[in-house]
Design a protein around this ligand. Structure first.
Ligand code: COA
Length: 389
């Protein structure tokens, strides 16, 4: 019996900043961002949107299409948690009106969290094949203004229905992991912005890739030629190029040509290039981008997947795209969402960046911006108020 991704939906905020504008404001050559990092636009969530509303907006089409009657398990992976105690999954549970028989929990390990959730859900469904699980990954990537990380900010959410006999991607049982206690990226509880040693993080990402890949190769007996396409966690899209080159070196293969890189990676980068880093959602945003936009029918193709969460936890795994997968995608919906986005000017971006949540426990109603199907409407006595639109 195959288990894997049966539905796959992505949501990004309606507002974005073009990185040409950020480059001009910072006095940096735009090619550093566009070519050097491989980023063109960053999604900017408005003040009445957070990880809960983004994840609920990502999940809504899945619930509308298939109902929630067989849903047993909801795991929400995020490193932008909205509460130290209550799981963000429970706010989503309420907004989507999920059955009270469905467990709801939050999971954290930087950008790796959704992969841990996916693997746990696959094991759960393998044991209960008539049931399904909903995996959410949503984050707001936020660094200090004028820091090296600033052009790699972003926001977005992924939702995946995990089921037996999946329509999109059957997850292979083999995997290779690498865990290590390092400080390459972290966000202390008292900070809104992440701290990152970006150059060091890039080195750890690549070293962990080699370790995870070697374990995957030993477990599966597969070489790199087993994969028609490859998806990587994308802190910025040029990272995928560095990763693919490192994999070739680790496998003792000649360096890939620019044409090879475009064929193996190209379609998986388009969405991230336009949203920026979405942390827990990033790898799966790359997968949606690949499946939505690849002109070739990938039915039957094996895809390699590399998940990396700073701190650090890494996993190389794979899946086989299912014949007829296109009918289960929300490609047209994603295209319409990207087409309808609204561009911010630099000052609007900085104004939104500086808005902070009130901490006085009073009554606060937030101005309404363009959001998805849900909004973070305000605060009352330290409680977050959400509403469906
Ligand atoms: N034209 C084209 N390319 C240019 C350029 C120009 N004018 N100027 C610089 N570049 C290239 C650099 O050569 C470099 O490419 P390389 O990696 O192939 O050498 C790239 O642009 C980035 O330049 P660099 O000087 O390394 O940038 P930086 O030190 O200011 O910041 C990061 C880059 C990635 C370290 C920084 O954006 C960061 O920390 N981001 C956060 C990453 C993260 O979140 N990691 C944790 C999770 S995985």
């Amino acid at each position: 019996m195959n288990v894997g991704i049966d539905r796959l939906s992505f949501y990004a905020p309606s507002y974005f900043l073009d990185l040409h504008k950020l480059a001009a404001a910072r006095g940096v050559d735009k090619d550093k961002y566009v070519l050097g990092l491989g980023q063109e636009r960053m999604a900017v969530p408005p003040p009445d949107e957070d990880v809960v509303t983004m994840a609920a907006s990502a999940a809504l089409p899945i619930v509308e299409a298939g109902g929630a009657g067989d849903l047993d398990l909801l795991i929400f992976a995020t490193e932008t948690g909205v509460d130290q105690s209550k799981a963000a999954a429970l706010f989503v549970h309420g907004l989507l009106e999920l059955p009270s028989s469905c467990r709801a929990i939050e999971m954290k390990e930087a950008c790796y969290g959704a992969t841990a959730a996916l693997q746990l859900a696959c094991a759960w469904v393998a044991a209960h094949p008539e049931r399904s699980a909903l995996i959410l990954g949503a984050d707001i990537a936020r660094y200090d203004l004028r820091s090296p990380g600033e052009p790699t900010q972003g926001a977005g959410a992924i939702a995946m229905r995990i089921a037996a006999n999946p329509r999109i991607l059957a997850i292979d049982p083999e995997h290779g992991v690498h865990a290590e206690d390092v400080m390459d990226f972290w966000r202390p509880n008292y900070r809104e912005e992440a701290l990152v040693d970006g150059q060091y993080s890039t080195r750890v990402y690549l070293a962990s890739l080699v370790s995870a890949w070697e374990r995957y190769r030993a477990a599966s007996g597969r070489g790199l030629d087993a994969f028609r396409r490859q998806c990587f966690h994308l802190p910025f899209t040029r990272m995928a190029e560095k990763a693919q080159m490192r994999l070739h070196r680790a496998a003792g293969l000649p360096a890939p040509t620019p044409e090879d890189l475009q064929r193996i990676l190209g379609d998986s980068l388009g969405y991230n290039r336009n949203t920026g880093n979405t942390y827990a959602a990033s790898l799966y945003e790359g997968l949606v981008s690949l499946l939505d936009t690849c002109p070739e029918d990938l039915g039957g193709a094996r895809v390699g997947l590399y998940s990396y969460g700073s701190g650090c936890m890494a996993e190389f795994f794979s899946g086989v795209v299912q014949p007829g997968y296109r009918e289960a995608l929300f490609a047209a919906r994603h295209r319409a969402m990207f087409d309808a986005r609204i561009e911010l000017d630099y000052q609007q971006y900085e104004d939104i960046f500086h808005l902070a949540l009130p901490k006085d426990g009073g009554e606060h109603a937030f101005a309404q911006y363009r959001t998805g199907s849900f909004r973070f409407a305000g605060l009352s006595q330290h409680k977050r108020i959400y509403e469906a639109l």
